[in-house]
Design a protein around this ligand. Structure first.
Ligand code: SF4
Ligand code: SF4
Ligand code: SF4
Length: 397
């Protein structure tokens, strides 16, 4: 019943958003109006601000969509008590709930790296030269950000029919950068480098700050979205052979080139980006569950240098890791024999390790070197008494 209501609510919201988008936004951003002349001077000019208008529209529509969903939830809760938990239960720190942990260096580093790579992905080609674009990894650098398309792995993964028409050195760069990055980093690209991943993490942070309840998925729901992922992989690879262009549907193309200052078309991508941001708000990394690039990266998870390791002797099967995992990977909690618990869906976000209350029960390694391990001390850090030993300080009086 609950799932049915969520589906109906989502369908109504998507319908209203689609009508609003295609009626009022799409006609003003036809593909013919595209302008790919970009330079650093343009980034400093008034033109750059006008190029950002589509992005403001996307942000506005996302905000309106989120408010609409929250209001619909409240209306549903009033008409049916079964839904009341969607409207009134709030996330975030509650009275009597476990206190927040102190900041974890791994998470701080992960955010710094994600922001730095997003910066490079969007402005890197312009500021540091086209070489940066040539060494692109999937979704790291959208070729539409610059006039330079050569060797962009993201573009050619979805346009394989054009790849072998390139000069040989471009083909070599494509394979070296794409296969090399995929083999070495695997889905650590998702956890550390992908700008779309960063956008979803930001939406999740906003949800937590605004204390809005998210959508909690169960095993059945995780399994139900898997076929969508494989359909999107087929579309990504096969659309070019059917005469289509995947870039017209890629959500990233509605944000990344716009930020780079290109007056480009929102096309269908803009609408999909609104859905990606909305979904990312209510369920962390929801697009990552169906992302075709993520699925391709997952193929190589067995040979990637990044691993999640488990000490089954230390694990008390509390399930905190499963609760924390944005990708719903149950094996991380249920595995009782294997040490290596790296899954094809694991985006190397480290959330399971951060929430695991047992010393060294979970760890992330790179080429066998331990990067980050679970720590009871860290979990307990939120319970440490204040400097006055629990007595009220002067400001409390
Ligand atoms: S799954 Fe896709 S969108 Fe998500 S972080 Fe990986 S590449 Fe980016
Ligand atoms: S959070 Fe740690 S202790 Fe709990 S089930 Fe997961 S690995 Fe085991
Ligand atoms: S298993 Fe751990 S590192 Fe992998 S996606 Fe889940 S929470 Fe993140």
């Amino acid at each position: 019943m609950k799932i049915k209501r969520i589906v109906i609510t989502s369908a109504i919201c998507a319908g209203i958003a689609a009508i609003a988008y295609f009626a009022f936004v799409f006609p003003f951003y036809e593909p013919e109006t595209s302008n790919f002349e970009v330079s650093i001077d343009r980034l400093m000019s008034f033109d750059y601000l006008t190029a950002l208008i589509p992005l403001l529209i996307i942000i506005g529509m996302t905000t309106a969509g989120i408010v609409l969903v929250v209001l619909l939830r409240r209306i549903l809760a009033k008409t049916d008590k079964k839904d009341s938990r969607f409207a009134h239960v709030r996330t975030g720190r509650q009275k009597g709930a476990a206190p927040k942990q102190k900041p974890v260096w791994f998470m701080i580093m992960r955010w710094i790296i994600m922001i730095a790579f997003t910066f490079i992905a969007i402005w890197g080609g312009l500021i540091f030269g086209m070489g940066i674009s040539s060494l692109s990894v999937p979704v790291l650098s959208c070729p539409w950000n610059t006039e330079e398309m050569t060797s962009s792995s993201c573009y050619y993964l979805s346009h394989l029919n054009e790849l072998f028409e390139l000069p040989w050195h471009s083909i070599v760069i494509f394979f070296a950068s794409t296969i090399g990055f995929i083999l070495l980093l695997g889905r650590a690209i998702c956890g550390f480098l992908c700008p779309v991943g960063l956008m979803q993490d930001i939406m999740d942070k906003i949800r937590r700050k605004t204390k809005t309840e998210g959508i909690k998925m169960n095993d059945k729901m995780y399994k139900a979205v898997t076929p969508i992922k494989w359909c999107l992989v087929l579309i990504l690879i096969g659309l070019c052979f059917a005469g289509g262009n995947f870039c017209n549907f890629c959500p990233a193309v509605a944000v990344s080139p716009v930020l780079a200052g290109i007056s480009t078309s929102l096309y269908v991508s803009g609408f999909l980006m609104v859905l990606v941001l909305m979904a990312g708000f209510f369920k962390r990394r929801s697009f990552c569950m169906v992302c075709p690039i993520g699925a391709i990266l997952g193929f190589f998870h067995k040979i990637s240098l990044f691993r999640i390791k488990k000490d089954t002797q230390s694990c008390t099967e509390c399930g905190a890791c499963y609760e924390a995992c944005p990708m719903g990977i149950k094996m991380i909690y249920t595995e009782r024999e294997k040490v290596d618990v790296t899954s094809a869906n694991c985006i190397m976000c480290g959330e399971c390790i951060r929430c695991c209350p047992e010393d060294k029960a979970l760890s992330m390694t790179c080429a066998g070197i331990k990067l980050y391990s679970s720590s009871r001390k860290k979990i307990m850090s939120g319970y440490e008494p204040d400097k006055n030993g629990g007595l009220p300080n002067d400001n409390d009086k």
